[in-house]
Design a protein around this ligand. Structure first.
Ligand SMILES: C[S@@+](CC[C@H](N)C(=O)[O-])C[C@H]1O[C@@H](n2cnc3c(N)ncnc32)[C@H](O)[C@@H]1O
Length: 330
């Protein structure tokens, strides 16, 4: 994807994305336990369902992080000398970047913003949110995965000033620890000394609160999870019977993660034509669709340090136990 602000994706890229989706579904459904990858939640409906989850009283992450950004935006930006560029990984609606950007409202020149998200709908929402603000200017729209998007967004590097990369909403928590570590090293190597990295990470909290956050009584999170099966039916010619599965969040204390599962209610066979796969599910067998790792404040600092960052400052929202950590590249 080019760095220019354009909504049309070339047809070869659409074909490539669909082929990658099919290849992943083919491989992941044959794993034990059976799996699907959370990055595929975010088609247009999935992105809107995620925005609805953010409004649920049981999903504490969004409100907690917003409160921290509202209160501390200026402190978060102060250590970054001559900040010219903000890059957000997995920007969603762009509402959090808009809050942080309040900290640069009084500057003479707008801060340049590059948005990276796998979802075209999320990028549209972000551009709409940020397009109204005079103190930011969206100069890059990267419909891509985090790593590919980061490579595009940082080449070429701006000739002067510092860059801040945002990874908010505990997006990091969807990555297995070894993948998260490797990715943060990539973020570090894309930055120069003095650049910043602001990381939002959800903290360990009582199991009942975590299970409510990922299994709300209104069933919005269940719809978000189930939409992945519907997406496979629509885009890859699958024959999942949505009524034959149920959403189930599980707290895995040993691994410090909430797992989202889709559990088969009966023995059944499912085929996905364009992924060239057919799977026999036993009753009670699940498809593991997402992990959301939960951290301690020290964990977060250690992960950043291992990637070559210095922890500049950390803010904790005490009620919901959510952290924002500003790292600076050394
Ligand atoms: C949990 S939402 C969080 C959105 C936003 N950061 C927030 O805090 O509200 C994750 C966002 O990252 C995007 N996303 C998920 N996996 C991705 C991946 N592997 N590469 C790029 N974007 C991804 C989704 O489309 C979605 O917009």
């Amino acid at each position: 994807m080019s760095a220019s602000v354009t909504k049309e994706r070339p047809i070869e890229q659409v074909d490539e994305s669909l082929a990658a989706f099919a290849a992943d579904v083919h491989a992941d459904l044959q794993k034990q336990p059976r799996q699907l990858q959370p990055k595929y939640f975010y088609d247009a409906l999935g992105s809107h369902l995620f925005e609805s989850i953010c409004h649920l009283p049981w999903y504490l992450i969004t409100r907690a992080e917003r409160r921290l950004l509202e209160e501390h935006a200026a402190d978060m930006l102060a250590p970054l000398e001559d900040l010219t560029t903000i890059i957000e990984l997995g920007c969603g609606s762009g509402a959090k970047l808009a809050l942080l950007a309040e900290g640069v409202r009084k500057r003479a020149r707008p801060v340049l913003v590059r948005l990276i998200d796998i979802s075209a709908t999320a990028l549209d929402l972000s551009e709409r949110t940020l397009g109204r603000l005079p103190h930011v200017s969206v100069v890059g729209r990267h419909e891509a995965t985090y790593d590919a998007g980061l490579r595009e967004a940082t080449q070429p590097r701006p000739s002067h000033g510092s860059t801040l990369v945002l990874f908010l909403g505990s997006n990091l928590g969807n990555l297995r620890p070894e993948v998260a570590d490797a990715f943060l090293r990539e973020v570090r190597s894309a930055l120069r000394p003095g650049d910043g990295f602001l990381l939002g990470a959800d903290l360990v909290k009582p199991e009942k609160d975590l299970l409510l956050a990922y299994g709300d009584p209104l069933g919005v999170t269940a719809a978000f999870n189930m939409n992945l099966l519907d997406r496979i039916n629509r885009e890859l010619g699958g024959d999942f019977d949505l009524g034959g599965f149920e959403h189930q969040p599980r707290w895995n204390a040993d691994a410090s993660r909430v797992e989202s599962h889709l559990v088969s209610k009966r023995a059944q066979t499912v085929s996905v034509r364009d992924a060239d796969v057919s799977v026999d599910f036993a009753e009670g067998e699940s498809i593991w669709t997402e992990s959301s790792y939960k951290y301690t404040p020290d964990n977060v600092a250690e992960i950043g340090a291992a990637a070559g960052f210095r922890r500049e400052r950390q803010w904790i929202e005490p009620e919901s136990q959510f952290s924002l950590t500003l790292f600076v590249a050394e």
